[in-house]
Design a protein around this ligand. Sequence first.
Ligand SMILES: Cc1ncc(C[n+]2csc(CCOP(=O)(O)OP(=O)(O)O)c2C)c(N)n1
Ligand code: SF4
Ligand SMILES: [Mg+2]
Length: 351
Amino acid sequence: MTYLAKPKIHHPSLTRNKVGYTRRDYEGAVSTLCAGCGHDSISAAIIQACWELDIEPHRVAKLSGIGCSSKTPTYFLGNSHGFNTVHGRMPSVLTGANLANRDLLYLGVSGDGDSASIGIGQFVHALRRGVNMVYIVENNGVYGLTKGQFSATADQGSVSKKGVVNTDAPLDLVGMALQLGATYVARGFSGDKRQLVPLIKGAMQHPGAALIDVISPCVAFNNHAGSTKSYEFVRDHNEVANRLDFVPCRDEIVVDYASGSVLDVELHDGSVLRLRKLAATYDARDRTAAIRYARTAAAEGEIATGLLYVDPDPRDLHQHLNTVTTPFNQLGEAELCPGNAALEAINAALR
Ligand SMILES: Cc1ncc(C[n+]2csc(CCOP(=O)(O)OP(=O)(O)O)c2C)c(N)n1
Ligand code: SF4
Ligand SMILES: [Mg+2]
């Protein structure tokens, strides 16, 4: 209940991370979602990832749209910047904020309705522009907040709680992100925290457009027999491509299993994404192979999860536009207003 405030006092024995915060410092308000909603597990995974990565909460900007999923930023990172936008408009607000201040870590949280229905145009362009962000879609195949209508990610043939069969073809956000040029593409399951936390950590360290499509069952409207987004269905049809470990550059890199089954992807800052391959020949650095792998799994009725694609050397929107590195709020009047002569020169160049 939101009227029950969480106590602010911490037990002195709680473990602190390298920047001096306890795990509790990364929490938010008490969740008002239904008990058992997958979205709450994703919030817990985000809290865990930020604490383990020693991220200072005030360095994070969390943005969302409208929906049960988009409410969740209230329930984590209570000491971070937050912006709850209009339905489906999170990506453009995030893009603007990122262009104004590249020094923050941008976390976009959305739902399948928010991103794949009303916000599909925004989803598409933020990814193809390479906005440096972690974009998490909490995907339950329905509009949970408005009581369970099929969303655009609902599989063809899946059955609603009231027995209606979905006849429309689904949008596959992972397939789209791969095709659109996103440089970190993963799919997780809210019921598999062991897989999800490292996927989020890897995305947070990735300096480019990172999409994580997280299957997140809606226990109120889409967790019955006939749904392909229920806990039972996902557990039975989860085709795991790899297990990811994130090794920060400060930690020693130790190989603890057969090197043939391990792919180490070194990041710009010396950190390493260690992928223990479960699909033997799978190479997460091959975009075409990733598209093929995800499509083949889907055609066989399975859901491909894991880190499906990563570009170890990505470029982002700032590099594409050659923007100034200093955040706008640190620029002085002289830089922000170069004066009439400079404006005249620009206008003259356009005539
Ligand atoms: C412009 C506009 N149109 C429609 C709505 C109604 N609406 C609120 S949330 C929502 C869908 C949310 O679905 P999703 O993003 O999947 O979130 P979930 O609740 O399933 O987590 C809709 C259609 C709205 N708030 N604003
Ligand atoms: S309606 Fe569904 S998505 Fe919304 S809080 Fe309840 S279980 Fe979660
Ligand atoms: Mg939804």
